[in-house]
Design a protein around this ligand. Structure first.
Ligand code: PLP
Length: 359
């Protein structure tokens, strides 16, 4: 009998693999991980308590409807319960959105470079990626994205602020863009870093979605709320889209630990957002120091900075690692560096200063 492999979907061929940020070396000199846009602050004691309490019942499945969390989110954002859907991180929700909207023959538009999960989850859905280059200033080119819409377009990601450049699109240009998008095409405003924005001209997606049924806002507890390891994110969207997200969710995907931690985090929001404020101050300090050293850095509204280093990218990443900080290189393009604890940022700035002198 001839042996053949199980038949797998052709779409999976050549799929780019998601590269997680490299961890800090366990045995090297002091090393900080600035490669995954994580929150450097440890979980709050109250959040740990809520998770610890939930460990006593993890022989049971979690609340599949995430009732407590959805109700808390509904109050917090002033949106109906039926406009909310949760998932295993916002990347999980993004995948649910693709499953709900797109398949073979359909097109998904997003800026490039942007969040590296977009090409992966688009390809998994069987749809075709349409990547629209960022402007020379590293910002979404919304006019070009609108020009790229065809009859086959089903979903458009707008990553605001954009990962990895930290750049934003502002109210007027976003509204103008949305006015050009046909009402049967879903626009996903990926606001994973929303809480780090200080530019008042950047609109809150939740205000935008209210009178636009084809807009969906993606948020996460991974960044500002510091729950990256627990995997919980959510979408705010009008009822047909939110209902479709509940259909495409992995049943029981969000653990009870994650749900309870998310509720506890929303209740401790003042303290958590205070920490975000400190990180924003650190961001300003880092950006000013980089400018002082002669670097050109696109204006960032996220918890990371982007250095376009081109062919020096991998050298620079190795140099930083030697110095004690792990950064996120995109070979041939640039390096994304998370704003971390003060000591880590200081090491990074020393590394940039030394590297600059060699240029
Ligand atoms: C733009 C953007 N969206 C979504 C995510 C996904 O985050 P999570 O799945 O942890 O919510 C990330 C994570 O880095 C991101 O940068």
């Amino acid at each position: 009998m001839s042996e053949t492999n199980p038949k797998l979907r052709a779409e999976l061929e050549g799929i780019p693999t998601y590269k997680p940020g490299k961890p800090a070396a366990a045995d090297g000199p002091v090393a900080y991980k600035l490669s995954s846009n994580e929150n450097p602050y440890p979980p709050l004691p109250g959040v740990i308590e809520s998770v610890t309490a939930a460990t006593g019942s993890f022989n049971r499945y979690p609340d599949m409807a995430c009732t407590g969390l959805i109700s808390e989110l509904s109050d917090r954002f002033g949106v109906p319960l039926s406009h909310l859907a949760t998932g295993t991180g916002s990347v999980g929700v993004a995948q649910q959105l693709l499953q709900a909207t797109s398949g073979p023959g359909d097109e998904v538009i997003y800026a490039w470079r942007s969040f590296e999960a977009y090409p992966i989850i688009t390809q998994i859905s069987g749809a075709t990626s349409v990547k629209v280059p960022l402007t020379p200033g590293e910002v979404h080119d919304l006019d070009a994205m609108a020009d790229a819409i065809t009859d086959r377009t089903r979903l458009i990601f707008v990553c605001n602020p954009n990962n990895p450049t930290g750049t934003v699109v502002r109210r007027a240009e976003l509204e103008r863009f949305l006015d050009r998008v046909p009402s049967d095409v879903l626009v996903v405003l990926d606001e994973a870093y929303r809480e780090f924005i200080r530019d008042v001209e950047v609109p809150d997606g939740v205000a935008i979605y209210r009178d636009r049924p084809n807009v969906c806002v993606l948020r996460t507890f991974s960044k500002a709320y510091g729950l990256a390891g627990l995997r919980v994110g959510f979408a705010i969207a009008h009822e047909p889209v939110a209902a479709a997200l509940r259909k495409t969710a992995v049943p029981f995907g969000v653990s009870q630990l994650a749900q309870d931690a998310a509720v506890a985090s929303l209740r401790a929001e003042d303290e958590l957002l205070g920490r975000v404020g400190s990180l924003v101050c650190e961001r300003q300090r880092v950006v000013e120091a980089l400018h002082g050293q002669g670097w050109t850095v696109p204006e960032t509204q996220a918890n990371f900075v982007w250095l376009r280093l081109g062919e020096r990218t991998l050298d620079f990443a190795a140099h930083c690692e030697q110095a004690g900080v792990v950064v996120r290189p995109f070979a041939g393009e640039g390096v994304r560096v998370t704003i971390g604890e003060t000591e880590a940022n200081d090491i990074f700035l020393k590394a940039t200063e030394a590297f600059r002198k060699e240029l």
